[in-house]
Write a protein that binds this ligand. Sequence first.
Ligand SMILES: NC(=O)c1ccc[n+]([C@@H]2O[C@H](COP(=O)([O-])OP(=O)(O)OC[C@H]3O[C@@H](n4cnc5c(N)ncnc54)[C@H](O)[C@@H]3O)[C@@H](O)[C@H]2O)c1
Ligand SMILES: O=C(O)C(=O)C[C@@H](O)[C@H](O)[C@H](O)COP(=O)(O)O
Ligand SMILES: [Zn+2]
Length: 368
Amino acid sequence: MTRPDDVLCTLKVSLGERSYPIHIGPGLLGDARWLVPHLAGRQVMVVTNETVAPLYLERLKAALPDDLTVRELVLPDGEATKTLESVERIWDALLEAGFNRRCTLVGLGGGVIGDMVGFAAACYQRGVAFVQVPTTLLSQVDSSVGGKTGVNHPRGKNMIGAFWQPRAVLIDTDTLSTLPSRELSAGLAEVIKYGLIRDEGFLAWLEARMADLRGLEPAALARAIERSCSLKAEIVAEDETEQGVRALLNLGHTFGHAIETHQGYGRWLHGEAVGTGMLMAAELSRRLGWLDEADVARTRATLEAAALPLAAPADMTGEDFLAIMRLDKKNLDDRLRLILLEGLGKACIHDETPPEILSRLLEDFPRR
Ligand SMILES: NC(=O)c1ccc[n+]([C@@H]2O[C@H](COP(=O)([O-])OP(=O)(O)OC[C@H]3O[C@@H](n4cnc5c(N)ncnc54)[C@H](O)[C@@H]3O)[C@@H](O)[C@H]2O)c1
Ligand SMILES: O=C(O)C(=O)C[C@@H](O)[C@H](O)[C@H](O)COP(=O)(O)O
Ligand SMILES: [Zn+2]
């Protein structure tokens, strides 16, 4: 049994009058004290997938008191299942169980589950409570925090969704012990993102500790999760609905989402596409005169140390990129808005990239 003081830390996401906690530590999943205070009423629907269920569902359910009505829904796995049809299955299950407005949805899994459960909660009976229990590194450092929820459309990532904040985020660091190494690397891409956009010191720390992180060294992982969540919480508190600074969290995503969409959801992991996209953003920043060769080399080396791909798909042309990038949610009117780097640790929103410089980058960036 985990004692409360075993929790490594609790952070807070402050949103005006509202706030919610992010609890980070080993063993949280199986301890009622972290989940039960955040339930809205007596009805609980735990939504997970077929990979995570055999690993963690029983442990989570065992922590819930017997006098609650608990239902579970186990969805298929994979980015290709992040669809409205999957969300409809959640709504069907809630209605079938007769759940009302005081129910709570619990998303147990990676970002795909978390994004869908959050969206289901945002819409069910016009909005019910939900709690994020993220089990991948990517979901622990990024998707579980901040309230972006939704599903993909064949024409673009996360095109249908809502801002809907969880009541709490419970990060059980023990769950990372079962994560495949490719998924760990994908999560490291979003961790590196925080260093690149906002914290050069953290980037330097990541360069020094990358081997420990890939080796699942507990203290290194805890520090990476805590710093990432705290940077994300700070940005979301400043700009909940992406009117300004929150767009910086999209570094690498305009290119990365284009790769995911073009290749078919699931072929590239989100973190892999974002890693390549961040290198594209760094190279574009260099061509605009903001970064020097050494900055780009450092970005490339950090991504390489995390075992992330460094080249775009061989079958994707510059025009393929542009066609999808034109639909990006950050764009205003007909202007492409990109997140670029004025320096390492300093990102900016840019909507004046000369089209010929962008097109050349999209054509001559390495392919694999
Ligand atoms: N809402 C946001 O702010 C936000 C931020 C970043 C990413 N995202 C979204 O998150 C998704 C990517 O999330 P992800 O990388 O977690 O992918 P994912 O949810 O597909 O999980 C990755 C894989 O790991 C498995 N898995 C999960 N936990 C495990 C564990 N502990 N042990 C073993 N296997 C485990 C999953 O079943 C899946 O096969 C994308 O759809 C992306 O768009 C959203
Ligand atoms: O929280 C945010 O804001 C982010 O942009 C985090 C991203 O890592 C994440 O992939 C997000 O889902 C992308 O959002 P989108 O609005 O570009 O779909
Ligand atoms: Zn992302």
